[in-house]
Write a protein that binds this ligand. Structure first.
Ligand SMILES: Nc1ncnc2c1ncn2[C@@H]1O[C@H](COP(=O)(O)OP(=O)(O)OP(=O)(O)O)[C@@H](O)[C@H]1O
Length: 239
């Protein structure tokens, strides 16, 4: 089997005396949409924060495309081809949608015309073209999530981490975002690691799922397999 694009091994994270991740391991195969689910406080966002370099792990290792990235900086990890969105979309409210899209192209020194063309193309795929000159402050939270996702694509990441992309998003936008993720995966071959509480979306999108509870990996398999897993049912019911 080909080498996984991302391998997380025995990751631990303590905040002071609190153990938030207690030996999490997972492997993401290239070209897949891999879900991370688990009850509130399981450590999902902390896992993402360590993978993309926001936090440093207490111990354990992360390998991206065969290279150790444990402890590397956010910008270095992004440059290697790892993109990310946040639970609450992080967009620049005072900038227009088009300007938001262009932010990642500054360090890439992409030619301005080509960057604008690409940004416009992505905005049109997202159905946001007519808003391209509006400040991001004027769009809904769901549209901001869509914008943030499209902005990650400007840098053409090979692996994209999506943190709760569907939380608080209206159903029409959930459908659009779902289609865009599927298309980006199928057409461009990008790999996804996706945190979601929305089981229907996980069932629809993900081929592989890892389940975290209380900082540990408690199950892995297809969505159908983990849904039936007694340890998973117990973790959700006991929460
Ligand atoms: N910077 C921090 N300092 C101290 N504790 C933290 C910090 N960040 C997260 N935690 C704690 O770590 C635990 C896991 O948080 P995390 O946000 O990773 O969980 P989650 O699975 O993403 O939860 P949710 O589904 O609610 O977003 C929580 O108990 C949280 O309070």
């Amino acid at each position: 089997m080909a080498q996984p694009i991302l391998v997380v091994e025995q990751l631990r994270k303590n905040f002071g005396g609190v153990v938030v991740l207690d030996g999490v391991s997972l492997a993401v195969e290239r070209g897949r949409i891999h879900g991370v689910i688990g009850p509130n406080g399981a450590g999902k966002t902390t896992l993402f924060n360590i993978i993309n370099g926001v936090y440093t792990a207490t111990s354990g290792s992360i390998t991206f495309k065969g290279e150790a990235i444990t402890g590397r900086r956010v910008t270095d990890i992004a440059r290697r081809g790892l993109g990310r969105t946040f639970q609450v979309a992080r967009v620049f409210n005072e900038l227009t949608l088009l300007e938001n899209m262009l932010v990642p192209t500054v360090p890439q020194r992409m030619a301005h015309r080509a960057a604008v063309e690409k940004a416009r193309h992505l905005l049109s795929l997202a159905g946001l073209s007519r808003l391209e000159h509006s400040p991001a402050a004027e769009i809904s939270g769901g549209q901001k999530k869509l914008l943030e996702f499209m902005r990650t694509l400007m840098a053409e990441p090979e692996l994209i981490l999506l943190d709760e992309p569907f939380g608080g998003v209206n159903p029409a936008l959930v459908d659009r975002l779902t289609e865009l993720v599927l298309e980006t995966n199928a057409k461009d071959g990008r790999t996804f690691l996706l945190i979601s509480h929305e089981m229907p979306s996980v069932m629809r999108l993900c081929g592989d799922v890892t389940v975290l509870a209380a900082g540990r990996t408690i199950a892995r398999g297809t969505p159908a397999q983990v849904r039936e897993d007694p340890a998973v049912i117990e973790a959700y019911l006991g929460h």
